[in-house]
Structure formats: structure tokens, C-alpha cells
Design a protein around this ligand. Sequence first.
Ligand code: ATP
Ligand code: ATP
Ligand code: MG
Ligand code: MG
Ligand code: MG
Ligand code: MG
Ligand code: MG
Length: 280
Amino acid sequence: MANSKYEYVKAFEQPDLLLPNTWIVVRIDGRGFHKFSSKYAFEKPNDRRALDLMNAAAKAVMSELPDIVIAYGISDEYSFVFHKSCMLFERRESKLVTTIVSTFTAHFVLLWNLYFPELPLSPPLPSFDGRAVLYPSVQNLRDYMSWRQVDCHINNLYNTTFWALIQMGGLDAKEAEKELAGSAAADKHETLFSRFKINYNNEPDMYKKGSVVFRDYELVEPGSVSEVVDEDFAKTIEQLELSKSQEEKDRKRRAKAIITIQHVDIIKDEFWERRPWLLS
Ligand code: ATP
Ligand code: ATP
Ligand code: MG
Ligand code: MG
Ligand code: MG
Ligand code: MG
Ligand code: MG
């Protein structure tokens, strides 16, 4: 387009390139979902339909954005991890965050009827906020994922006990809160078991561990040692030349891979060791 006298305004835009070679986590969170969940009478503490809908929207986001390596969801939030080598939108933060947020929201709304057929959506419609956080090392990234999963565990144990006291114990919210104030995890397990015959360990994994979404390839057998190949110089050069087409192949492979949703421990090493493609 030809220059116009107005074009100088473009220079007011701030650059927002994210630091290269760092893991990008985009976390989105439902706006006012406490209220939203009562409007649509979510079952407490966990409405399975709502979680399934969150997971379906996250899966759709992952299939539209092959650069996402893994995603983790609990309650009304989802974290999407872009590989540290990702160059999507030249790593412009606002492009990455707003694309994730709007793609997720669009699918959440589109799929709503499938999960809540008897409760049509009406304004105010569901919306999500989003932010990007950078993690320089795999350890930092894994600690981030662990932090979210620990949060899931702590919240779910609390909420399960809280709602048992109300729904089965006849307490009101204030009384239940008071009863749980200062209680340790073991106390909550004990309350659930002795008063309501609930063994917390038998609660669904989706509630206890959250949802992990990733591309599935072949699992590496536990205990198998990955081979270290000693490459000579010629081979290294050859590989440098191949790496571009390899990158393209990897992209296509990612785009075709099956996306799976699992409710598993991502704090322990095993999950990552058995799926070395995730963080390599
Ligand atoms: P904000 O806009 O600040 O995020 P919020 O009301 O969404 O406010 P959150 O801390 O994000 O607050 O908490 C989300 C709330 O949504 C939970 O506390 C819970 O009440 C409700 N919620 C979300 N998902 C579910 C679900 N699957 N089943 C039952 N309740 C849910
Ligand atoms: P990017 O993802 O970088 O924004 P883009 O393809 O969306 O890429 P834009 O610069 O945003 O590129 O341009 C939007 C394009 O969408 C227009 O050039 C035009 O081709 C098309 N488009 C948008 N709205 C209309 C419309 N109402 N009628 C016809 N074409 C439209
Ligand atoms: Mg919030
Ligand atoms: Mg929220
Ligand atoms: Mg939340
Ligand atoms: Mg456009
Ligand atoms: Mg445009």
C-alpha cells in the first residue's frame, strides 16, 4: 500500500517479541467462572460436562496450533506450552496470547451445546483472559507444570471435603469453611472417610490430577536407556543440511499425530522420560 501521511501512527505500536530460546506458557482462565458456574448450575465440586468441554476446546486449540507441545487444564484454566524453538508469529506475545484465547473461546462456545444440550448459552457469554510466561529451562517448565498439578490436588481435596460437609453433612458454607480451617491433608482424608465413607483415592483421576493434552507417539519403555550416537564431522555437516527439511517433516508429523487427553502424574519423572519427544 502507498505511504500516506497517516502512516506514522504505525510507529506507536510497541514491539513485544518474546525472548528467544525459552519455553512459552500461555495460561488462560475463565472470567468470573464462579458466577458463571452457578448460572449454569455446575455440579459441585466438579462438573464433569464443564471439564469435558474445557478439554475439548483445548484439544481443538492444539490441533489448530501444531507448535503447542503440551497443555494442562484444571477448573476454568488451561496452560499451553510452546516449544522453546517456536517461531510462530515471530514470537510476538500479543499475537500468541490473543490467538490462543480467541481460538479457545470460539471452540468453547461452539461446543457448548454438545455438553450442555439442555442449557443454551445466553449473554454474558463465557470469556477468558490470558498471559504469557517464559521459562528458560526444562526444570523451570516442569516446575511450572508441577505447580499447577499440585494446585489441582490441593484445591480438589479441599473442595471435595468442603462439598461433602455441605451436601452430605448438612453444614452450611460458613460452617464447612470453619471446620476445614487449618486442617491438614490427612485430616481431610480422615473426614471424608470416617464421616462420609469416601476414599479420596477412588475419586476420578480427572478431578485429582487434572487433564494433560499432548501428541501421542510411541512410548519409550521404562528403564530403557536412550542410545548416544557419536557423530563424526561429516555427518554433523550433513545433518545441518538436513535439519531444515527435518523441521518441515517434524511439523507435518506433529500436525498428523493423534492428540490424547490423559489424567496422569506430570510431577514425577516417568511421564516425561517415557515421552522424550515432548521436551526435546
Ligand atoms: P476470575 O475472573 O478472577 O478468574 P473466577 O470466578 O473465574 O474469577 P477462579 O479462581 O478462576 O475464579 O475460579 C474458577 C471457579 O469456577 C471455581 O472456583 C469454581 O467455583 C468454578 N468452576 C470452574 N470449573 C468448574 C467445574 N468444572 N465444576 C464446578 N465448578 C467449576
Ligand atoms: P494475519 O493473520 O497476519 O492477520 P490475514 O490474512 O488475516 O493475516 P490481514 O492483513 O489481517 O491478513 O488482512 C485480512 C484479509 O482478509 C484482507 O486482506 C482480505 O483479503 C480479507 N478480508 C477481511 N475482511 C474481509 C471482507 N469483509 N471482505 C472481503 N475480504 C475480507
Ligand atoms: Mg483469575
Ligand atoms: Mg477464572
Ligand atoms: Mg481459575
Ligand atoms: Mg488478519
Ligand atoms: Mg487485518
